[in-house]
Design a protein around this ligand. Structure first.
Ligand code: UFG
Length: 343
């Protein structure tokens, strides 16, 4: 049991945050969640409580609000922070770059300031494979350089990593987890992804189409240099992403005190094309999924998937769900939130 350790999770009502809170509570950690609920819903907190049977210590706090964070830190003895709170839409970041820089950089700086003031050293940061831009190596490892980011959102993730690397010399111990494509939902269907408006991401679009909310899926391009012409990605179950955060905390606990910055890819290591995913969804759910081939989406990388050997070795972590299970869980969640029965 790790009940003597108290973890602050920012953005803990969000998609990956909520799944991570479930894994932390299940591993015996004490958890406090802060979230603005600006882009998430309180029902995620209720879902966490239903799964774990544990009441969540939740505070509606914006990480930009240093005073509110300061008060929270003064009242609690946090041993580490997992920082998810950020805006994450690639498209929106192109339209509202200033909001993305303000929110994503500002909230990290505020969290680091309050941690420093209260002598909390350990932080796990929610990064993205977008930091690599279009990497030279398709199966990318952590030594790949940061190329020009594809969007202001991508730039914020690169800049946050630069900030974290710099502050690591100032008493922090940092682990940055570079997510590939998290998909799926908790196997209980109590928590999952809640996209705002028309989804940009593939799997929510697939499940909404299967549910009849969208007419058809458009596959963005079938003329790429890939096995079937569609883009290739590394789709990873969100609960596997979540469990890696618990392993990261465990890992920090085993290290000597002292400065640390390390970044890890968080993916399966398997490249899957968009069309392969679509066919897999139809196969495992038995549901109709109308789709058409459209033109390429600007800014899309042709193919990228993780070399996860660094995280596999360091944390003793590996994935437990395959693509079919991830898609079944995504579909069960979609059916639950739409009240669909019998399909
Ligand atoms: N796609 C479609 N149709 C859709 C939606 C997506 O064909 O309706 C395709 C995309 O063109 C892409 C693939 O499905 O080839 C995956 O697209 P997503 O939008 O689901 O994911 P991305 O790989 O574009 O983006 C993800 C994260 C970002 C992160 C990026 C880094 O969502 O946060 O990886 O590469 F920045």
């Amino acid at each position: 049991m790790n009940s003597d350790q108290h973890i602050l999770v920012t953005g803990g009502a969000g998609y990956i945050g909520a799944h991570t809170v479930v894994e932390l509570l299940s591993a015996g950690y004490k958890v406090t969640v802060v979230d603005t609920l600006e882009r998430s819903e309180y029902r995620m907190i209720e879902g966490i409580e239903s799964i774990t049977g544990i009441r969540v210590d939740f505070h509606k706090i914006d990480c930009l609000d240093f005073v509110a964070l300061d008060t929270l830190f003064a009242a609690n003895d946090f041993s580490a922070v997992i920082h998810f709170a950020a805006y994450k839409s690639v498209n929106e970041s192109v339209v509202k770059p200033l909001e993305y820089y303000n929110n994503n950089l500002g909230s990290l700086l505020s969290v680091l300031e309050v941690m420093k003031k209260h002598h909390v050293q350990d932080i796990i940061f929610s990064s993205s494979c977008t930091v690599y831009g279009q990497p030279d190596q398709i199966q990318v490892d952590e030594s790949a350089p940061f190329k020009t980011a594809e969007s202001p959102y991508g730039s914020t993730k690169q800049l946050c990593e630069h900030i974290l690397k710099d502050v690591a010399t100032d008493g922090f111990r940092v682990i940055s987890l570079r997510y590939f494509n998290p998909i799926g939902a908790h196997p209980s269907a109590m928590i999952g992804e809640l996209p705002i408006g028309v989804p940009n991401n593939l799997v929510p679009y697939v499940t909404q189409t299967a549910a009849g909310v969208r007419d058809k899926l458009t596959v963005f391009g079938n003329d790429y240099n890939t096995l079937d012409g569609s883009c290739v990605r590394d789709f990873i179950h969100v609960s596997d992403v979540a469990s890696a955060h618990v392993k990261a905390i465990d890992y920090l606990n085993q290290q000597q005190k002292g400065n640390l910055f390390d970044a890890y890819n968080l993916g399966t290591g398997q490249g899957v094309s968009v069309l392969q995913l679509v066919k897999k969804f139809i196969e495992v759910t038995g549901v109709k999924l109308p789709y058409t081939i459209g033109s390429r989406r600007p800014g899309d990388v042709e193919k990228v998937y993780a070399d996860p050997s660094k995280i596999n070795k360091a944390f003793g972590w590996s994935t437990t769900y395959d693509l079919g299970q991830s898609l079944i869980h995504a579909w069960q969640w979609e059916k639950k939130i739409r009240n669909l029965k019998g399909i």
